[in-house]
Design a protein around this ligand. Structure first.
Ligand code: HEC
Ligand code: HEC
Length: 468
C-alpha cells in the first residue's frame, strides 16, 4: 500500500540518487582517488578578451598610486631596457613597473603583477614565470621614507603629487616589517594580503590606520607559481585556498593602494580579460637537447607512479585537481597551517565585498597542498611550494636534497643534468643567498614519491619531465 510515508521515502531516495548523480558529474567518486587526497570542485569562471587582458596587464592602472614620474626618473633614470616593447610613458621604465595616471590626474610609476609574475631565464624575459630572484629580506619602509622626503621637498605636502603618492607609501611602510623573508628568492605575497586586510574596512575597503586584528610577524615564504598552470586548476594558490571566481580573487592586489571599493569594482570589470590572457599562455619549451628514447621510458614510469596526482601530458591531457593532505605529502606545513591558525584574513575576506555577491571569491583554508600540473616544470626551479629544493633531480631523491644551498642568482646558471639551478652545498646560512632548510617554513622534506626509483629510472623520469 502506498502511504504518505512510503511516498516521502521514495522522494528521499530519488533526491539522494540525484545528488549522487551530481557528484559523479563534477568529479570522481572519492573511493577512486589516491589515498590521502580529495577532489577540488570547479567553479564557474567569467569569460574575457585575452588580448585586452594583456594590454591591461602591461599598461593598466590596477595599482593606482606610486612614485611621481619625475621623481622616479631622477632616482632611477628612464632608460631601462624595454623588455615589453611598450610605447608612451612606459617606454624606458623597467618591465615590472608601469606609468599610470592616479585618480587626481598625476602621473605615477606603480608596480605591476610582473614584479612577481615575470622572470628572466637564460637571458630572456618570460611573462608568467614566477619571479625566483627578488630579495625580500630587507624592509622597504626606509626606501619609502627617503622617497617621502623627496616628494615633500619637490612638491610640498599639500600637492596633488603627494596625494597621488601617499597611499603607496603608507601601505608599503605599514606592511614592511611583516613581510621579511629569511633568504633571497622566496616571496611573502600571502603575508602582504593578510597584513593589508587588517588595514581595510570590511564595508567599503577604505584604509584604517590601526590594525583591526593582530597579524603575526612571522612571514610564510613561498615560490611564485607559473601562470600557465592556472588554466588547469580548479582552485588557486599552493594550498588550494582560492575558490570561486579567479578574476575576483586576483583583484586583491588592489588592496595595496585603492582609495575605496569603487576602484575594486572597476578592477573587477577588467580582470576577466586578464584571466583570459593568463589562461591562453603556454609554457616555454625546454631549449636544450632531449634524449627522446630515455624520455619515452620515463613517460611509462611517470604514468605508473606520478600521473594519479599530476595527470597525463601530450595528446591526451588529463589533470585530476587533487588536494593532498599534509599527512600524505609531508612537505613543510607552515603555509597550509597558517590559514587555519590565523583565520582572521580568510574570515575578513569572505565577509568583505570580495567574498560577496555574484562572481564572489572565497578563501577556504585546507589541510594540505594541491598536486600541481607539471607543464614547463623544467623552467620553474627551485621546487616545492616553498622553493626549498634547487633541482628536479634532488626533488626525486629526498636523501640527496641539500640542507644549506647557495646559488648565484644568475639566470643562465642552469644545470641540464640535474634540471634546475647550479648550487654549492654550504654548512650554514652564511648570507641571504644561502637557503637554510632548517628554518621554520623553509623545510625541504616530504614528497618522497621519487625515492622508490632506481638511479636509471630516476634519470628516465627526469628526461621525461623536460618534455612537459
Ligand atoms: C608581491 C608578489 C606578487 C604580486 C605583485 C602579484 N602576485 Fe600573484 N601570486 C604571488 C604568489 C607568491 C602567489 C602564490 C601564493 C600561494 O599560492 O600561496 C601568487 C598567485 C597568483 C595566482 C594563482 C596561481 C595559481 O596557480 O594558483 C594568480 C592567478 C595570480 N597570482 C595573479 C596575480 C595578478 C593578476 C597580479 C596583478 C594584479 C598578481 N598576481 C600580483 C605573488 C604576487
Ligand atoms: C599523492 C600525490 C602525488 C604523487 C603520487 C606524486 N606527487 Fe608530485 N606533488 C604532489 C604535491 C601535493 C606537490 C606539491 C607539494 C608542495 O609544494 O608542498 C607535488 C609537487 C611536485 C613537483 C614540484 C612542482 C613544483 O613546481 O614545485 C614535482 C616536480 C613533482 N611533484 C613530481 C612528481 C613525480 C615525478 C612523481 C612520481 C615519481 C610525483 N610527483 C608523485 C603530489 C604527488
Amino acid at each position: 500500500m502506498i502511504t504518505p510515508f512510503t511516498l516521502s521515502l521514495l522522494a528521499a531516495i530519488v533526491l539522494l540518487a540525484n545528488c549522487r548523480h551530481d557528484v559523479m558529474h563534477t568529479g570522481p567518486d572519492d573511493s577512486d582517488l589516491p589515498a590521502g587526497t580529495s577532489f577540488l570542485e570547479p567553479a564557474a569562471q567569467r569569460n574575457g578578451d585575452a588580448q585586452a587582458g594583456y594590454q591591461y596587464l602591461i599598461y593598466g592602472n590596477y595599482i593606482g598610486s606610486g612614485i611621481p614620474l619625475q621623481v622616479f626618473k631622477q632616482f632611477f633614470g628612464a632608460n631601462s631596457p624595454d623588455d615589453l616593447n611598450r610605447t608612451g610613458d612606459a617606454d624606458g621604465v623597467p618591465f615590472n613597473f608601469n606609468v599610470v595616471t592616479a585618480s587626481n590626474g598625476v602621473k605615477v610609476v606603480a608596480p605591476t603583477c610582473l614584479t612577481c609574475h615575470a622572470e628572466k631565464l637564460n637571458g630572456q624575459l618570460i611573462v608568467g614565470l614566477g619571479n625566483n630572484t627578488a630579495d625580500h629580506t630587507t624592509n622597504q619602509a626606509s626606501m619609502f621614507q627617503t622617497a617621502d622626503l623627496a616628494v615633500k621637498l619637490l612638491y610640498g605636502q599639500n600637492s596633488p603629487e603627494w596625494n597621488a603618492y601617499y597611499p603607496a607609501s603608507r601601505a608599503s611602510q605599514t606592511i614592511g616589517p611583516y613581510i621579511l623573508t629569511k633568504s633571497r628568492g622566496v616571496n611573502p605575497a600571502d603575508k602582504i594580503f593578510a597584513t593589508l586586510s587588517a588595514h581595510r574596512q570590511l564595508a567599503d575597503l577604505a584604509w584604517i590606520n590601526t590594525a583591526q586584528f593582530d597579524v603575526p610577524l612571522e612571514t610564510v615564504p613561498t615560490d611564485v607559481p607559473a601562470w600557465w598552470l592556472m588554466k588547469k586548476k580548479n582552485a588557486l594558490y599552493y594550498n588550494g585556498l582560492g575558490r570561486g571566481d579567479f578574476a575576483r580573487l586576483s583583484t586583491a592586489s588592489g588592496m595595496l593602494t585603492m582609495l575605496d571599493s569603487s576602484e575594486a569594482r572597476q578592477m573587477d570589470q577588467k580582470f576577466p580579460d586578464l584571466m583570459a590572457w593568463i589562461r591562453s599562455i603556454e609554457p616555454p619549451a625546454y631549449p636544450f637537447a632531449i634524449n627522446q628514447n630515455l624520455a619515452a621510458q620515463g613517460k611509462v614510469l611517470f604514468e605508473s607512479k606520478c600521473s594519479k596526482c599530476h595527470g597525463t601530458y601530450g595528446t591526451e591531457e588529463t589533470y585530476p585537481n587533487l588536494l593532498v593532505q599534509l599527512s600524505t605529502i609531508r612537505t613543510d606545513s607552515m603555509l597550509s597551517n597558517s590559514y587555519r591558525i590565523y583565520p582572521e584574513y580568510s574570515t575578513w575576506y569572505n565577509n568583505s565585498w570580495y567574498g560577496q555577491g555574484p562572481n564572489k571569491g572565497q578563501l577556504l583554508p585546507n589541510n594540505g597542498y594541491v598536486a600541481p600540473p607539471l607543464d614547463g616544470v623544467w623552467a620553474t626551479a627551485p621546487y616545492l611550494h616553498n622553493a626549498s629544493v634547487p633541482t628536479l633531480d634532488d626533488l626525486l631523491y629526498s636523501a640527496q636534497r641539500p640542507k644549506y644551498w647557495k646559488r648565484t642568482f644568475d639566470n643562465s646558471d642552469y644545470n641540464k643534468e640535474k634540471v634546475g639551478w647550479n648550487y654549492t652545498v654550504e654548512t650554514s646560512q652564511t648570507n641571504i643567498n644561502t637557503y637554510d632548510t632548517t628554518l621554520p617554513g623553509y623545510n625541504n622534506g616530504g614528497h618522497t614519491f621519487g625515492d622508490v626509483l632506481t638511479d636509471t629510472e630516476r634519470k628516465a623520469v627526469l628526461e621525461y619531465l623536460k618534455t612537459l
